[in-house]
Design a protein around this ligand. Structure first.
Ligand code: HXC
Ligand code: NAP
Length: 282
C-alpha cells in the first residue's frame, strides 16, 4: 500500500518532530520520499534527531528551533522552511505539553503552558501557513495530533483535554471553511503509544501503565510504525477526499471506555454459566 514514492517531493513541516511520535512520523515520511522540516524548542535535540534521521533514511531534514507559543517565531519558522525547501505542502501539528495532576492543584501558569503549546501553538501554525497557502493559491494538508479524550474529556489532564478539544474543533471548522482553497485538515486521536516525553509525565510507574493496558481491547499499546503509517496516508494524495475527520488509533480503548457493559469483561465463564442458569429458572 505504501509505495516508496508516496510522498515524493512533498515538503512536510512537523512541530515536535525531534522526539517521540513526531520523530517516528517524520522518519516514515522520509522513507516515503518527503523532505521534512522539524521544529521545537531545544536546538540540540532537533539537530541530533535531524542527523540521525538523515543517516537512517538518506532523506533531507531541516531543523528549525521554534517555540510555537510565540507567533513571531512561528512566522520566522515558516520563512526558514520556505527559504530552505521553496514551499511547504503539509503541516503536522504534533508539539504538545501535558502532565497529570488534580486540577485544583494547578496554577494559572500551568494552564497557560499547556493551552499555549497545544491550542494556541496549533492555531498559530495553521493560521500562518493557511494565509500563505491562500495568498499563493496553493492547496495543502494539515494533520493535527489530538487525543482520545479530546472528545470525551478527562480528569487529571484537564488543560490538555480542553486544548485538544479545541484542536479538534479547529480541524473541523477550517475543513469546512478552507475546503474551497484546496486545504484539507484532519486529526488523529492516538491511544497510548509509549514515548519518553509522555510516559515520564503521564505514566511514571509500571502500575500506572498496567492500568491503561488493561482497558485496551486489543491488549497492547500502540506501535509507532502504526501511527506513522496512518499519518502517511492522511497527508498523502491517497486521502485527497478525506477532510474534517478525527480518526482514532487506540486498539479499541475509546469504545471500551464508552460502553456501559464493557466492565463485564471481568466475569468468568463459570459466572456466565451461573447467570444463565439463574435466568432459566425464572
Ligand atoms: C502541576 C505543573 C507540572 C505538573 C509544570 N507545572 N509541571 N503543575 N503538575 N506536573 C507548572 C509549573 O509549576 C509552572 O507553574 C507552569 O506549569 C509552567 O511550567 P514550566 O516548567 O515553566 O513550563 P514550560 O517550561 O513551558 O514546560 C511546559 C510543560 C513541560 C508542559 C510544563 O512538561 C513540557 O515542556 N512538556 C513538553 C513535552 C510533553 O509534555 N510531552 C508529553 C505529551 S503527551 P508555576 O505556577 O509554578 O509557575 C500528550 C498526550 C498523552 O500530550 C496521552 C497519553 C495516552
Ligand atoms: P513528546 O516526545 O514529549 O513530544 C512533544 C514534542 O513537542 C517535543 O518534541 C517537544 O520538544 C515539543 N514541544 C513542546 N513544547 C513546545 C513548544 N512550545 N514549541 C515547540 N515545540 C514544543 O511526546 P509524544 O508522546 O511524542 O507526543 C507527540 C504528540 O502525540 C503530542 O501531540 C501528544 O499530545 C500526542 N499524543 C501522544 C500519546 C502517547 O501515548 N504518546 C497519546 C495521545 C496523543 P521541545 O521540548 O524541544 O520543545
Amino acid at each position: 500500500m505504501f509505495q516508496e514514492g508516496l510522498l515524493k517531493d512533498k515538503v512536510v513541516l512537523v512541530t515536535g518532530g525531534g522526539t517521540g511520535l513526531g520523530r517516528a512520523m517524520s522518519t516514515r515520511f522520509l522513507e516515503l520520499g518527503a523532505k521534512v522540516a522539524i521544529a521545537s524548542r531545544r536546538q540540540e535535540v532537533l539537530e541530533q534527531a535531524a542527523q540521525e534521521m538523515m543517516a537512517a533514511t538518506g532523506g533531507e531534514v531541516f531543523a528549525t528551533p521554534t517555540n510555537v507559543r510565540d507567533p513571531v517565531q512561528v512566522s520566522q519558522m515558516m520563512d526558514a522552511v520556505e527559504a530552505r525547501f521553496g514551499r511547504i505542502d503539509v503541516l503536522l501539528n504534533n508539539a504538545a505539553g501535558n502532565f497529570v495532576s488534580p486540577t485544583e492543584r494547578l496554577s494559572h501558569r500551568a494552564v497557560d503552558a499547556v493551552l499555549g503549546i497545544v491550542l494556541h501553538g496549533t492555531f498559530y501554525c495553521t493560521l500562518e501557513l493557511g494565509k500563505r497557502w491562500i495568498a499563493k493559491k496553493q492547496g495543502g494538508a494539515v494533520l493535527n495530533i489530538a487525543t482520545t479524550y479530546a472528545t470525551t474529556g478527562s480528569g487529571y489532564v484537564v488543560p490538555s483535554a480542553v486544548a485538544k478539544a479545541g484542536v479538534v474543533s479547529l480541524t473541523k471548522s477550517l475543513a469546512a471553511e478552507w475546503g474551497k482553497y484546496g486545504i484539507r485538515l484532519n486529526a488523529i486521536a492516538p491511544g497510548p503509544f509509549p514515548t519518553e516525553g509522555a510516559w515520564s509525565r503521564l505514566m511514571p510507574t509500571p502500575e500506572f501503565q498496567a492500568k491503561f493496558e488493561k482497558r485496551i481491547p486489543l491488549g497492547r499499546v500502540g506501535e509507532h510504525s502504526e501511527l506513522a503509517n496512518l499519518a502517511s496516508y492522511l497527508i498523502s494524495d491517497l486521502s485527497a477526499y478525506v477532510t474534517g475527520d478525527l480518526i482514532h488509533i487506540d486498539g479499541g480503548e475509546t469504545v471500551w471506555n464508552g460502553g456501559e457493559f464493557n466492565i463485564l469483561d471481568d466475569i468468568s465463564s463459570e459466572q456466565w454459566d451461573m447467570l444463565e442458569a439463574m435466568r432459566k429458572v425464572k
